[in-house]
Design a protein around this ligand. Structure first.
Ligand SMILES: CC(C)(COP(=O)(O)OP(=O)(O)OC[C@H]1O[C@@H](n2cnc3c(N)ncnc32)[C@H](O)[C@@H]1OP(=O)(O)O)[C@@H](O)C(=O)NCCC(=O)NCCS
Length: 271
């Protein structure tokens, strides 16, 4: 009995609440050995800010204040994101998206592969132009082409495209991000962004094949999981992710209250 009591005391001390000062000014530190600090990467359509690499919410706020017009910066994995919002309620909001995660050990190779198209890396300006055309057709923010091409030759980014071998036309795209390469992620994760299939070529298995390509790429690189963020009501995409073994996780995305995002922080057009 005495032993149990002592152990309880030890636990309480270990998880003691930080002082009021440290709660108000800083973010409680987590085990981050070897992780790079204050990492934000330019994906082309905006910055992807890795919130867990920031120990000070005010630095995140400063970063959002630097967002360029027409871009859509976002922060994910922010520690105590509700506290961040309380410090900049007129600037920031929680995006109505949900995060899904595929633990790599749950991934299963398909019994049969798709037919009628091939998946490859995006290589040149012509590819980048066509990727932007697909973003445009899907109502997504376009990306700076030079940034995309420059990124493609780094360890962090992998822009994949689906191609119709008949006419060489690009019909779908997805962007993979290796978190280990981006900030030496201690969780050994990866994520993908901006999945889009040409609206004229949908429901032919292209979206599924693109997600599989990214998952298999990061599985081969030894990553532990693959995350994505999707609007809560994007039923088609969510059905696709669930079918591949993705599960919802309590991870949230913070964005700036800009013109592009207006519909998501005002409740949308009123009836
Ligand atoms: C989501 C998207 C990428 C799917 O691409 P796609 O090539 O049409 O999808 P696939 O043909 O590979 O379908 C795979 C699965 O998606 C779901 N799906 C696709 N089309 C669907 C539809 N019309 N109705 C319901 N489910 C659908 C199904 O689960 C399907 O599995 P099934 O073939 O066994 O039924 C595409 O609709 C798209 O580009 N949407 C706009 C951009 C977007 O929302 N991106 C996701 C952001 S996170």
């Amino acid at each position: 009995m005495q032993y149990r009591g002592e152990r309880k005391k030890f636990r309480l001390e270990r998880f003691k609440t930080p002082s009021l000062h440290s709660w108000s000014e800083n973010i409680p530190k987590i085990k981050t050995k070897g992780m790079d600090a204050e990492v934000a990467i330019d994906v082309g359509w905006g910055h992807l800010i890795f919130g867990q690499t920031f120990d000070d919410h005010h630095k995140l706020i400063d970063l959002f204040l630097e967002e360029k017009t027409g871009r859509r910066d976002l922060a994910i994995y922010v520690r105590n994101h509700h506290v961040l919002l309380s410090k900049a309620p007129n600037l920031l909001f929680v995006d109505p998206s949900v995060t899904f995660r595929l633990w790599m050990h749950n991934y299963r190779m398909p019994k049969r592969r798709h037919g009628g198209f091939t998946i490859r890396f995006m290589i040149d300006r012509r590819d980048a132009e066509r990727v932007n055309e697909i973003y445009r057709k899907c109502g997504m923010v376009e990306a700076d082409q030079d940034t995309m091409i420059k990124n493609q030759y780094t360890q962090t980014f992998n822009y994949f495209v689906a191609e119709d071998p008949g006419d060489g036309e690009i019909i779908g795209t997805i962007t993979g991000i290796d978190h280990k390469a981006a900030f030496n992620d201690p969780e050994n994760g990866a994520s993908f962004w901006a999945l889009a299939v040409d609206p004229d070529r949908r429901a032919k298995g292209i979206g599924r094949a693109l997600v599989r390509a990214v998952a298999e790429y990061y599985l081969a690189k030894g990553r532990s999981y693959l995350d994505l963020s999707v609007l809560h009501d994007n039923k088609k995409a969510i059905a696709l992710y669930k079918a591949l073994g993705f599960e919802q996780v309590p991870v949230y995305v913070i964005k700036r209250k800009n013109d592009i995002n207006e519909v998501y922080y005002t409740g949308g057009p009123q009836p």
